[in-house]
Design a protein around this ligand. Structure first.
Ligand code: 5AD
Length: 466
């Protein structure tokens, strides 16, 4: 058996333009593959794609890790702790590999692309390392590994959009649909353009066909996914038009999208959000910082004032809109004054919710090359705690204001805590829990909200007597 350090490096096969990749002759054996997903929704969607590629080539995906003879970790590189988690997991899996001998372990996705050699050093027992543009090679890679050759597939490929691959999704109500891969924005803190390559959009016709299939399979809500989802374009068709076209597919109840970039929030997008009934009145709009000098160093291409104006415009056009955001504290050179501007902007805008992070220096990013990660860890932690506290209060207050109103909720399934209750999401993407009545999963029902926490609305179906 070769070790990973003298492994043969396979180049990615070219985009096969609709042809199905073939297993090399002679050595095919059907594998039971368990895919463990880390990180963002895009990774969840990529895992569904990997399952599609594996199934098409005769392999099986399994839902219990103990049934697997191949374990693939689909990983995230966005912050250091995401990578540390995977290294720890690999060590744990290696115990099983030592016991079982023939267990195949693969690292796929952004961390595979990011760490490359370091990963091989940290975990030399890994058999397969594969970046986000190389998944077509999975069947070939499993064969190579079975023949004793570790596999490395790390070429990025601007033409790879996987448009011809049918992902395998769990049955459900909400389907995530990748409409765009890669990113061209080059924010200085972000590793994504380096691990996912250049931006490419999937043709509109493929997407409307996909959505029709999803509706036929019973999905009610479609969430469009892309790194900067609203920079989508296919020829003259822009993101706003795509929203209309997806919403028009017969049977689509709701359409959402994540994550847009503020600089691409065009009138066409806002118009679709305002006027298309299926497009939910909810927007996740990453701010990152409330300080214009910090935004400049981040290369976000908008100022704090422009962001404020965009929010005002959105609220004017769509008064009931729920807004959420991403914030990074402790970015290179962030002073107390910069931080207070972020705090103040959050207090002024009053987001419904926020994902908040300490800046994590990532090797290979523009910030890593040219800016100093100079805010001490303790200071980053303090700033993070302050905005978490602020946001928790705001989220709780906003949810309190919903009490006494009736919300339209798409029923998704049993509540995790109580099988007598359903959970679902409002149009504004708030989790809502209510006692089961004579309704089914997949129905849209009116729920009277009678109490709330910062993260959940609690109510009962309107008109019920319980
Ligand atoms: N450090 C901390 N947070 C980051 N994000 C992206 N890169 C980094 C980093 N280096 C955050 C941003 C982004 C979200 C997905 O992750 O807020 O919007």
């Amino acid at each position: 058996m070769n070790t990973i350090s003298n492994l043969s490096i396979y180049k990615n096969t070219p985009n096969l333009g609709g042809q199905k990749p073939q297993l090399p002759n002679g050595t095919a054996s059907i594998r039971n593959v368990y895919i463990e997903t880390y990180g963002c929704q895009m990774n969840v969607s990529d895992s569904e794609l990997m399952a599609g590629i594996l199934t098409q080539s005769g392999h099986r995906t399994v839902s219990h890790i103990d049934d697997a003879d191949v374990i693939l970790l689909n990983t995230c590189a966005i912050r250091e702790n995401a990578e540390t988690k995977v290294i720890n997991r690999l060590e744990h899996l290696n115990h099983r590999k030592r016991r079982e001998g023939n267990l195949i372990i693969g690292v796929c996705g952004c961390m595979a692309q990011h760490l490359r050699d370091k990963l091989l050093k940290a975990a030399p027992y890994v058999d397969l390392v594969m970046g986000p543009d190389a998944y077509r090679n999975l069947p070939m890679a499993l064969n190579a590994v079975a023949n004793g050759d570790p596999f490395l597939g790390l070429q990025l490929d601007k033409s790879e959009d996987y448009a011809d691959i049918a992902p395998i999704r769990k049955e459900g109500i909400r389907a995530w649909l990748t409409i765009q891969r890669g990113c061209d924005k080059m924010c200085t803190f972000c590793i994504v353009p380096f691990v996912r390559g250049r931006e490419r959009s999937i043709p509109l016709k493929n997407l409307t066909d996909d959505v029709q299939r999803l509706v036929n399979e019973g999905f009610k809500e479609i969430v469009l996914l892309g790194q900067t989802v609203n920079s989508y374009h296919d020829g003259n068709h822009d993101f706003g038009e795509l929203l209309w076209r997806i919403a028009e597919v017969d049977g689509v109840e709701r359409v959402r999208f994540t994550s847009p970039h503020p600089a691409d929030a065009t009138d066409s997008m806002i118009d679709a959000m305002e006027n298309c009934p299926q497009v939910c009145k909810q927007l996740h709009l990453p701010l990152q910082s409330g300080s214009t000098p910090v935004l400049e160093r981040m290369r976000r291409t908008y100022t704090a004032e422009e962001y404020r104006e965009l929010v005002s415009k959105l609220r004017e056009r769509i008064p009931q809109i729920a807004l959420s955001t991403d914030i990074i504290v402790g970015f290179c050179g962030e002073t107390e004054v910069d931080f207070m501007q972020t705090y103040q902007l959050m207090a002024d805008i009053r987001f419904d919710s926020a994902f908040m992070f300490k800046y994590s220096d990532r090797e290979g990013t523009l910030a890593n090359k040219s800016l100093e990660d100079d805010v001490p860890e303790t200071e980053k932690a303090r700033r993070l705690n302050e905005i978490i506290k602020l946001q928790e209060g705001i989220s709780a207050e906003i949810n309190q204001d919903v009490i006494g109103t009736t919300a339209s909720v798409l029923v998704e399934g049993d509540s995790r805590r109580d099988a007598e209750q359903y959970h679902g999401k409002t149009d504004t993407f708030k989790t809502t829990v209510f006692p089961k009545e004579n309704v089914q999963v997949g129905d849209i029902v009116n729920v009277e909200i009678h109490s709330a926490t910062a993260h959940t609305l609690i109510g009962e179906i309107a008109g019920s007597n319980c």
